[in-house]
Design a protein around this ligand. Structure first.
Ligand code: PEP
Length: 238
């Protein structure tokens, strides 16, 4: 199976710069002969149906479980369908910890978009204090983050993203990733990405970890040259 690579722009890039990014990414993928899908999660204002030669799939970083309605500041199915978007990120730690999404709400969102056949990138990962409390504490925390989630959903892509490694420059070691991925794989046998300060300098060793099926990349994906450098590595190592 080819590795799954996904870019999370978070609150970066405009509509114009996203369009330019997609153009440059597509051109670069063509140059590299990169044929596997690349998932891109731009901010909601930059969602669009891009015409590309390469397999670039645009998803939403977030959406509310509704077709449309009175949910100020949110987007729903109607806004996604306008651009043919059928992929959504659910459970990202920034939504859980900064925006206060509870496990029950995350599970409700998951079920709603699953019902509509979306590909769901579902993120789980422990904060530092849980990691410091040891392996069993981490396992229990991850089990709780799977509560209410259909772990057998065929369009589910899992992402293990330790909170202490996101946007901090601190990457989990290959041994830690391998051990935690083994725990998660026992709970959910779906493709499992690692996310947390993945960058050109470490993507090869991360993707070489047994049980790591790809990478969800934040910061290092925002510059298209950095993203292409990672895709070049993925192509070389496959
Ligand atoms: C993320 O936000 O999903 C992420 C992995 O971010 P970063 O690569 O910046 O750690």
């Amino acid at each position: 199976m080819s590795k799954i690579v996904a870019a999370n722009f978070k609150t970066n890039h405009t509509r114009a710069s996203t369009a330019e990014y997609v153009r440059a990414l597509d051109e670069g993928m063509g140059r590299l002969g990169y044929e596997a899908p690349v998932y891109l999660f731009p901010p909601a204002t930059a969602l669009d149906s891009f015409e590309t030669a390469g397999d670039i799939r645009v998803g939403a970083q977030n959406a509310y479980p509704t077709v449309k309605g009175s949910f100020t500041g949110e987007i729903g199915l109607e806004q996604l369908e306008e651009f043919g978007i059928d992929t959504v990120l659910v459970g990202h730690s920034e939504r859980r910890h900064i925006l206060g999404e509870s496990q029950s709400f995350v599970a409700e969102k998951f079920a709603w978009f699953k019902e509509r056949g979306f590909t769901i990138f579902y993120c789980i990962g422990e904060p530092l204090e849980v990691r410091e409390a040891g392996e069993e504490a981490v396992r229990r925390y991850l089990v709780e983050q799977l509560e209410g989630i259909d772990t057998e959903y065929e369009k589910l892509v899992m992402a293990y993203e330790p909170v202490w490694a996101i946007g901090t420059g601190k990457t989990a070691t290959p041994d830690l990733i391998e051990a935690t991925h083994a725990v998660i794989k026992r709970l959910c046998d779906r493709p499992l990405l690692y996310g947390g300060s993945v960058k050109p300098a470490n993507i090869a060793e991360i993707l070489a970890v047994p049980g790591c099926d790809g990478a969800l990349i934040g910061t290092a994906s925002w510059e298209v040259s950095s993203m292409l450098s990672m895709l070049e590595t993925v192509n070389r190592e496959k």
